[in-house]
Design a protein around this ligand. Structure first.
Ligand code: ZN
Length: 135
């Protein structure tokens, strides 16, 4: 049935927001239909791991190449570069993050999740400087 695949070919790769960590095995679906699926463990933008099927991972493909945020402006912040999964200070595990340029001249690294939440509008440092000057 179907085309023979090498189930390990996507291990270690990034598919949209999922980083495929591990191939778990070929198991029947949990819904009881008995159809066997390739299952994988992947980590999401938060570094949390989940288990899903190869089909579900493949559906994500092409959904996002992460460049769609480049050049976008959020308040004083302009997103300049996708950094991939990096160690972000103050966050546990590897996070998908962007290099961003603030109007104050600061370059900051902001996680994709934070950007998508829409809660950013400056680098955080310039805001503090302004506050201090107000005293
Ligand atoms: Zn700033």
């Amino acid at each position: 049935m179907g085309v023979k695949i090498n189930p390990y070919d996507i291990v270690g790769t990034q598919i949209a927001d999922a980083h495929v960590e591990e191939y778990i095995g070929f198991y029947p679906e949990k819904n009881g239909k008995g159809v066997k699926r390739h299952y994988y463990r992947y980590s999401d933008v938060d570094g949390e791991t989940h288990v899903t099927t190869r089909d579900n991972l493949m559906k994500r493909k092409g959904r996002n190449d992460y460049s769609e945020l480049i050049g976008k402006r959020y308040g004083k912040i302009v997103i300049t570069k996708y950094l991939g999964r990096v160690d972000v200070p103050g966050k546990k595990g590897l996070r998908q993050a962007y290099e961003c340029q603030c109007d104050c001249g600061n370059t900051v690294i902001i996680t994709r999740k934070t950007i998508l939440s829409g809660r950013i509008n400056n680098c955080g440092h310039c805001y503090r400087i302004v506050k201090e000057e107000e005293h």
